[in-house]
Design a protein. Sequence first.
Lengths: 112, 112
Amino acid sequence: DGGITQSPKYLFRKEGQNVTLSCEQNLNHDAMYWYRQDPGQGLRLIYYSQIVNDFQKGDIAEGYSVSREKKESFPLTVTSAQKNPTAFYLCASSFGPANEQYFGPGTRLTVT
Amino acid sequence: QQQVKQSPQSLIVQKGGISIINCAYENTAFDYFPWYQQFPGKGPALLIAIRPDVSEKKEGRFTISFNKSAKQFSLHIMDSQPGDSATYFCAASRQAGTALIFGKGTTLSVSS
């Protein structure tokens, strides 16, 4: 099965803890993205990566970190510095920066 | 310059009717305009996309109309069905640019 997988589907953490969200794709896409979705806010870009070992900040990168050590994987760490981390996180990938982006099923993170 | 403004925020249409969602952009460098459909708790799915060299693109019941001079594009859903009830996002990007810029979404309800 080809596609983008995100795990886990639901994640609960205590305030002050770092948490890492997984994103894997087997579509051989070069570019990968992380978005955050809040009710009524649309999708906002956190980080993106066009090639392995390279990534750029999006509009709301503060309090987040990423790595791109493999083409297939683009994990996102939500750090304790992120002031309002509870949200629905979506990973996407594409063949290039402006080509069709395909999304994973998302991870709903709740921090209390 | 980077914004994509989407309207209406919510829309109720009777079964068999036409649903129309509008988006406007400011950055004239944008040249890729996709629409995504999202069901609750799922990732967005690419529905249809257009580039500015055409004024209209149709796929089944879904049509994008594009007005380059007005910097506007719209999604028309013909013969709307209850299964079309979802949130729809427009987006835009530059060919050689970064990631997609999303509108804030329109929640469509099709009543039977």
